[in-house]
Design a protein around this ligand. Structure first.
Ligand code: CUA
Length: 160
């Protein structure tokens, strides 16, 4: 075997070890995980999903709810081309669990500079939690193309 080959083999092995270590650190150390499906709202083909959502908890009452001191749950429905509700007001330091779904097509749910980055899939419930320590306005953006007015679909989290 050529010396070069041994070198490249060793380098490839080292790269694998580094990637694996980075992956392990980001999941176990930093707690960065992909959002998982956390529930589903069933809808028969002869039913309108939005109507079903309006009768199914927690989406029958979208909005913000305090669940414990400093902890909140925000239930949000995404639809073409708005988030319902489109504004959430919380005090600084609040830990907010977003529970969201889509009533029609696939939408995005992205809050820049936070770890909140989800897809909203019709009838599937997406969940993400984030602690808003710094006051300010945080935009909620739809980052999945969802039609002609996709670029207007936004909301905000106001942290006071
Ligand atoms: Cu909703 Cu793009």
């Amino acid at each position: 075997m050529e010396t070069y080959e041994k070198g490249f083999l060793a380098a490839s092995g080292a790269v694998l070890v580094v990637f694996l270590a980075a992956l392990t650190y980001s999941t176990l150390g930093l707690g960065i995980v992909l959002p998982t499906q956390s529930g589903r709202v069933y809808c028969r083909s002869n039913q309108k999903l939005l109507k079903v959502l309006r009768q199914t908890p927690p989406f029958d009452a979208p909005g913000l709810k305090q669940i414990a001191p400093g902890k909140y749950e925000a239930v949000i429905i995404g639809r073409t081309w708005a988030f319902m509700p489109d504004e959430i007001d919380v005090p600084a330091g609040a830990e907010v669990t977003f529970r969201a779904t889509s009533a029609d097509v696939v939408h995005g749910f992205f809050i820049p500079n936070t770890r909140v980055n989800m897809m909203l899939i019709p009838g599937e419930i997406s969940v993400a939690t984030y602690k808003f320590t710094r006051p300010g306005e945080y935009l909620i953006l739809c980052h999945e193309y969802c039609g002609i007015l996709h670029h207007t679909m936004s909301g905000k989290v106001v942290v006071k």
